[in-house]
Design a protein around this ligand. Structure first.
Ligand SMILES: [Zn+2]
Length: 116
């Protein structure tokens, strides 16, 4: 099944997803190849919620990333995975997450420079 991304909401980056704790002085992008699944094969929950409006990782099937080859690791869990995130959607989510991280890193850098 193919479907359009319902809505793109600007969501705040949760602290645990930030690359470095406050106070650290190195600001750089994470080294994932795939920002859609962070190289795990699972579309990250905060990213999946961009596509599935009321996505709840504890209730819904986990979406498998189809932008990279890591999703294949989970194909055997058929019935418990959500295969609707096709290549095109995952690539868009990859770009969204990349842009989000760029902004986060830039903000951290700005905040750090302000504190100096
Ligand atoms: Zn991926």
């Amino acid at each position: 099944m193919d479907f359009e991304i319902l809505e793109i909401l600007p969501i705040p980056v949760i602290r645990s997803a930030a690359p470095f704790q406050e106070g650290e002085e190195i600001f750089e992008m994470p080294r994932w190849h795939c920002f859609c699944c962070h190289d795990t094969g699972w579309v990250q929950p905060h990213i999946a919620s961009l596509v599935i409006a009321d996505y709840n990782p504890s209730r819904h099937r986990t979406p498998v990333c189809q932008a990279c080859d890591k999703g294949r690791l989970w194909f055997h869990l058929k019935g418990n995975i959500d295969m609707r995130f096709n290549f095109r959607i995952c690539k868009r989510l990859d770009k969204w997450e990349r842009d989000n991280w760029k902004k986060t890193v830039m903000l951290q850098l700005e905040n750090f420079q302000k504190r100096k």
